[in-house]
Design a protein around this ligand. Structure first.
Ligand code: BV8
Length: 238
C-alpha cells in the first residue's frame, strides 16, 4: 500500500473536491449520475441563472442542503482532521466542496474556496457578511431577506465569479512542501492550477482518487483508490 512520508519540517496543503464526499453519499459533478447530469451549469450555477431564474437556483441549492444534512463524514474526512490535530499550523485544508463534512469531522484550519451550502448572503451585495442559513426553501417567496430588505442568495461561488480566500490560499501554497489533492477531476480553474503553483514552489505533489485527473501530469505521486479506503493508512509521520 503506497504511503506518503511527512517529516517534522513538512508543511502540508490539502485540496479536496467532490470525490472525498462521494462515500458519504453526495453525488459528484461529472459522474454519469452526477449533479451536472441533472442540471446544466448555466441554469443553476452562474450569476445569469440567479438573475433570470432565482427560483430554479434556490430549488437546486435547497435540494443540495437537504442532501448535505443527511450525509455523514467518512473515514477520509476523519483522517484529515486527525492529520491536522498532529501537524497543527503545518497543516492547511482548502476545499472546493460546499458541504460541511470537513467541519463535522473536526477540521478547523480550512477554507471553502467555492462557498458553503449552510450560508447565504445579500443578493444586492449590500456588504453585510454572509449569514448562517440551513433552510430548505420550497418556493422563492419563502427565501429569507437580508437586513437591507433584498432577497438572500446562496453563499456559493458561481462560474464567472471570483473564488473566496484566494490571497490566503496563495500564501499557504507558496510555503507548502507537500500538496495532497483528493477527489477532484482537475477540470475547474483556478483550483485545477494549484498543483502547478505548488510544483513551482518546489513542493512534492500527490493525487488520491480512483481515476487519473485531467492534470495528472503535474503530480509526482498518484495513489489510485477511494479516499475513504486510502487516507486512513496513507500518511507516515516521522
Ligand atoms: C474564476 C460551487 C476568475 C458550486 C463550483 C482557465 C481555463 C478555462 C476556464 C477557466 C479558466 N479560468 C477560469 C475559467 C472559468 C471557470 C472554469 O474553470 N470553467 C471550467 C468549466 C472550464 N472557472 C470559474 O469561473 C471560477 N472563477 O476563474 O474567476 C479568477 C481566477 C483566479 C483568481 C481570481 C479570479 C469559479 C469556478 C467555481 C464554480 N463553482 N462549485 C457548487 O458546488 O454547486 S465548481 C465545482 O465544480 C466544484 O466546487 C469543483 O470546483 C468543480 C469540479 O468538481 P470536482 O470537485 O472536481 O468534482 P468532479 O465531479 O468533476 O470530479 C470528482 C472526482 O472525484 C473525479 O475525478 C473522481 O474520479 C473522483 N472520485 C470519485 N469517487 C471518489 C473520488 N475520489 C476519491 N474517492 C472517491 N470515493
Amino acid at each position: 500500500m503506497t504511503t506518503i512520508s511527512i517529516s517534522l519540517t513538512d508543511r502540508v496543503f490539502v485540496l479536496t473536491g467532490a470525490g472525498i464526499s462521494a462515500e458519504s453519499g453526495l453525488p459528484t459533478f461529472r459522474a454519469s449520475d452526477g449533479l451536472w447530469a441533472g442540471h446544466r451549469i448555466e441554469d443553476v450555477c452562474t450569476p445569469e441563472a440567479l438573475e433570470e431564474n432565482p427560483a430554479l437556483v434556490w430549488e437546486f441549492y435547497s435540494m443540495r442542503r437537504a442532501d448535505g444534512m443527511k450525509a455523514q463524514p467518512n473515514p477520509a474526512h476523519i483522517a484529515l482532521a486527525e492529520l491536522e490535530a498532529k501537524l497543527g499550523d503545518r497543516f492547511f485544508l482548502c476545499t472546493q466542496n460546499v458541504d460541511d463534512l470537513h467541519e463535522r469531522a473536526g477540521s478547523r484550519r480550512l477554507v471553502h474556496m467555492h462557498g458553503e451550502l449552510a450560508r447565504s448572503r445579500c443578493e444586492a451585495e449590500c456588504g453585510r457578511p454572509p449569514v448562517e442559513d440551513r433552510a430548505v426553501y420550497r418556493s422563492l417567496e419563502e427565501v429569507g431577506r437580508c437586513a437591507c430588505g433584498a432577497r438572500l442568495r446562496p453563499h456559493i461561488v458561481f462560474f464567472g465569479e471570483t473564488p473566496l480566500e484566494m490571497n490566503r490560499i496563495e500564501q499557504e501554497i507558496a510555503r507548502c512542501s507537500l500538496m495532497v489533492v483528493i477527489g477532484t477531476s482537475g477540470s475547474v480553474y483556478p483550483a485545477a492550477g494549484f498543483v502547478n503553483w505548488a510544483r513551482h514552489a518546489g513542493a512534492r505533489t500527490a493525487y488520491v482518487g480512483p481515476e487519473r485527473p485531467l492534470n495528472a501530469a503535474a503530480f509526482t505521486i498518484i495513489v489510485e483508490g477511494k479516499a475513504g479506503e486510502v487516507l486512513p493508512e496513507l500518511f507516515q509521520l516521522s
